[in-house]
Design a protein around this ligand. Structure first.
Ligand code: AFP
Length: 322
């Protein structure tokens, strides 16, 4: 019987969830190696189909989903819900837990060598998938992401602060690097896809225009802007140095509730942001108090430094009161 070194340091992980986190980490180690080979491996960015909502599906989206699903089948996970599958899969019938996952977030960046990620949420399993996943984000047991970048990191919260593990690529093991990641309250960096300005509602336009006006405008200070096109990369930057991220609903066809999915993107990112001392809303109200009305339902998402998230909400209230 060969003893195997654990793929992740589980000392700070609640024992009942450790096997699931280990399985997620094991799949992430495999996926990081595939991503790291880039064009030397098989074509990762080739379009192979469409998922539920007609989003293009890349080869790596499908491969990542298969890698995570295979690992989840070996754990106590009853329900597995993925961006890449129409409905939740039942795995271990008496399993106590459920996982919602975006196996590969940021697919449009695969072929241009920009950081991409995996986003995951763990909940307790109920007798049916709908009751399990369509519930307030505050009922998550864990939320987190893996970023496949210059280094590979796994960031997770269990409701008692935010842990960060960094992959030692030579040993194939995630090593604990931070036990209390914090988002600074103040920030002077915002992230939004500014090409959509003409489609935004007034409060979003007012917030961004004030940032662009900088020291000459109502904020009285200059701002910087970032937009990577990969939610996990934006989240990791904000957790590392502060900032605010906005993907609001807008006037484009199909974007009334924005682009991001509540169950396996917004909810876990909101959990991490709040546990790191930041805030997460739909632009106005706390996201953790909200629940999806469908497995792939979208939600507007504003998260990051508390002062900036509050300023976006203040503008929504001020303009609504006019
Ligand atoms: P893809 O996985 O289709 O590339 O979408 C990535 C994403 O869901 C999220 O990671 C980004 O923040 C956001 O979409 C980028 O959206 P835009 O392409 O509209 O800027």
């Amino acid at each position: 019987m060969t003893s195997h070194a654990p793929v992740i340091d589980t000392a700070h992980i609640p024992a009942p969830l450790a096997p699931i986190i280990e399985a997620l980490a094991a799949a992430a180690v495999e996926l990081d190696a595939v991503i790291g080979r880039g064009p030397l491996g098989q074509s990762l960015g080739a379009q192979v189909g469409e998922n539920t909502d007609g989003d293009t599906q890349k080869a790596l989206d499908v491969q990542a989903d298969e890698m995570f699903a295979a690992r989840m089948r070996q754990t106590d996970v009853r329900w597995y819900a993925s961006e890449e599958q129409d409905s939740a899969q039942e795995m271990t019938p008496q399993g106590a837990y459920a996982v919602a996952i975006d196996p590969l977030d940021g697919s449009s960046n695969i072929d241009v060598n920009v950081s991409i990620g995996t986003i995951f949420s763990i909940l307790d399993a109920r007798d049916d998938a709908e009751a399990t996943f369509l519930r307030p984000a505050s009922e998550q047991l864990a939320g987190g992401y893996v970023i496949y970048g210059p280094h590979c990191a796994l960031v997770v919260t269990f409701g008692d602060g935010v842990l960060m593990f960094v992959l030692d690529r030579e040993k194939g093991v995630f090593v604990l690097a931070e036990t209390a990641l914090r988002i600074p309250d103040e920030a002077r960096e915002f992230a939004i896809n500014a090409s959509n300005r003409r489609h935004w509602k007034d409060p979003v336009r007012a917030y961004v225009d004030a940032c662009l006006a900088g020291a000459d405008g109502p904020r009285g200070c200059d701002f910087n802007m970032r937009w990577v096109g990969s939610l996990v990369a934006e989240a990791h930057r904000i957790l590392s140095r502060g900032g605010v991220f906005l993907y609001p609903g807008d006037a484009r066809q199909g974007y009334a509730r924005g682009r991001l999915r509540m169950v396996y993107e917004c909810a876990p990112i909101a959990f991490v942001a709040e546990q790191a001392g930041g805030l997460a809303t739909d632009g106005q109200a706390s996201l953790m108090a909200q629940q999806a009305d469908g497995l792939h339902a979208r939600s507007p998402l504003v998260f990051g430094s508390a002062e900036e998230v509050r300023e976006v909400a203040r503008l929504h209230a001020e303009i609504a009161a006019r």
